[in-house]
Design a protein around this ligand. Structure first.
Ligand code: ZN
Length: 92
């Protein structure tokens, strides 16, 4: 149930230092979240959907993201790297 996950993630606070996974972004965001709001929404919808689908509540606490989450997160990084440099400069 994605709605439950969304509610869980939204209820999580900044329990420890954790910054956005967008390269170069140092905005702090709750460990349950992938990144800051503006960068999260820069990701294509399907990549965000994959991250949501793979995310298991609590993985950020015990530090053991499952394989599909790791793959979804890597796909996000690959997508970012595949973007034209000038575009990245604009949105970094
Ligand atoms: Zn960010």
């Amino acid at each position: 149930m994605i709605g439950k996950k969304v509610a869980y993630v939204k209820s999580q606070g900044q329990s420890r230092k954790h910054h956005c996974h967008w390269p170069g972004c140092e905005v702090q965001c709750p460990p349950a979240m992938w990144g800051c709001k503006s960068h999260w929404y820069r990701l294509p919808r399907d990549i965000r959907a994959n991250i949501w689908a793979a995310y298991r509540p609590g993985q950020e606490i015990n530090g053991t993201p499952n394989r599909s989450y790791v793959e979804a997160a890597r796909a996000a990084q690959d997508w970012i790297k595949s973007q034209p440099k000038d575009l990245l400069g604009e949105i970094l």
